[in-house]
Every structure is written in C-alpha cells, then in structure tokens.
Design a protein around this ligand. Structure first.
Ligand code: SAM
Length: 243
C-alpha cells in the first residue's frame, strides 16, 4: 500500500517510522511519503492560511497549496486506486470497519488540517477526481489531523497481510466480531494476592474458549451495551444466550 501524508508539521509523523509500522515499511508492505504542505507555497512567508470568509475566529487553510499538493501526489488522469482521507471532527466516526475498508485500498492520501480546517473547495474538487472520506476520531477537537493519521495508520497497518506475526490475533480481538475481547493474563500465576483464573491454566481448550466467549459477552454488556444491541442474532449461539 502507498500512503502519502501532507502536513505543515511533517515531524509530527515521525512515529510512522517506528515499531510495527516501521517494520512494515522496511518489509515493503507499506510505502510512506510524508510531505510538508509549505513545499507547495510560492510566497516568501510560505503562507498556507488566511482569514475566514464570513468572519469569525481563527484562520482557514488556503486551497492553492492543497490543490498543488494533491495534483503532485495524485496527478490528474492517474487517480485510479487513490483515496483522499481528511481527518476532521465533522467527519464519519472512525471504526474497525473503516480500518478494514481503508486497508483494502492501494493508495491513501491524508490531508492534515490545522487552524479552523481546510477550505471546503479542496475536498469538493478532489471529490471530482477520487473518493474523499472525511474521518473523525471521536467527539472532541484536536489541534490538527496528524495524530488522527497516526491512529488511523496503526489500525490500518495491522490489517495488512503479513504485518502481524500471528494473524489469529486479529480474529479474537476487540471489535473483530462485534464484541470486546475477554481479559488477558500472563505469568506469574499469582501476583500481589491476585490469581490467574484457574480455568486458563486447566489446559482444557474447549472450556477456555467458552470462558473467553462468556467473558467477552459480559464485558461487552457491561461496558458497551450499544455494541450488544446491534449484534446480529446469527452471531450468538444458544450457550451465549445462557451466559
Ligand atoms: N473548526 C473545526 C471544527 O469545528 O470542525 C476544527 C478544526 S481543528 C482545531 C483542526 C484540525 O484538527 C482539523 O482540521 C482536523 O484535521 C483535526 N482534528 C481535530 N479534531 C479531530 C477529530 N476529532 N478527528 C479527526 N481530526 C480532528
């Protein structure tokens, strides 16, 4: 997958070189370019913002540098496979389903807004050439889109084939099947007076799987009843209902 990120703070994206994302890049699974939006300005001050039409506080990112940046990263006529992702608190809420959707793309371009955001015409124009998705991390406001890109890229990269050593991790984890994952434990068996549940040390894989499923259901019911409420009935078996 090719990923381009445009920001006025490219240093903010340094973590895209670390840990498993860094390894995915080294392995050739992911090809990442981080770009300074100011490279596409032409005045001595390298201006990217201006006052909002209609008045009001703050500044808005001007369309010209964004237009040139997008033309350069996705040349007109070569849009096939490209998708523009724009983090914004006014976007669709990011979730695991969207992570899967983005992981299936061949070229993602992220536009990191700052100030009061990007002139809307940039998104409108890009939308005539490629799919544009405005994505929100949640119902709160950040300084800029960079942290959102890091979050989205963590979620997307772990879904790319070959990135996780054990692909089973994906099958069991929270949000894979509309449930939260059961609690996890490791050695030692007893720590500060707290014991690992006996069943996990029993070696009985059938009972362990059932225990984990029950814990996942109970945890989801207590913490995220909204998730259980929309879980399709066919995802439950008779023993689930008893739990
Ligand atoms: N004026 C905008 C509004 O009220 O919708 C908020 C602008 S915010 C201060 C600046 C930038 O931070 C946004 O353009 C976006 O890139 C990013 N941002 C802020 N909150 C975000 C969120 N919840 N999800 C994704 N990106 C966010």
């Amino acid at each position: 997958m090719r990923v381009d990120v445009v920001s006025i703070f490219p240093e903010y994206l340094a973590p895209l070189g670390l840990s498993l994302i860094g390894r995915a890049r080294a392995a050739g699974v992911l090809d990442v370019g981080v770009h300074d939006l100011r490279a596409w300005t032409h005045d001595v001050h390298r201006t990217v913002d201006d006052t909002p039409y209609g008045g009001g506080p703050g500044m808005v990112m001007r369309p010209e540098p964004w237009g040139e940046a997008l033309d350069s990263l996705v040349p007109p006529g070569e849009e096939s496979g490209a998708r523009l992702v724009v983090p914004t608190p006014a976007g669709v809420r990011f979730d695991q389903a969207m992570a899967h959707e983005l992981a299936a793309e061949s070229h993602l371009v992220f536009a990191c807004g700052r100030y009061e955001g990007i002139d809307q015409r940039v998104l409108e124009h890009a939308g005539t050439r490629m799919p544009v998705t405005e994505v929100s991390l949640g119902d709160y406001v950040l300084f800029g889109g960079e942290v959102a890109v890091l979050v989205i890229m963590e979620a997307v990269t772990r879904l790319l084939p070959g990135v996780l050593g054990n692909a089973d991790s994906l099958a069991e984890e929270s949000h894979a099947h509309g449930l939260l994952e059961a609690p996890v434990y490791t050695k030692p068996p007893s720590w500060r007076g707290l014991d690992v549940p006996e069943i996990l040390r029993s070696g009985d894989h059938g009972r362990i799987a059932r225990w984990r499923r029950d814990q996942a259901l109970v945890r989801t019911a207590r913490r995220r009843p909204d998730m259980l409420a929309v879980l399709p009935a066919e995802r439950l078996d008779k023993r689930d209902v008893a739990a």
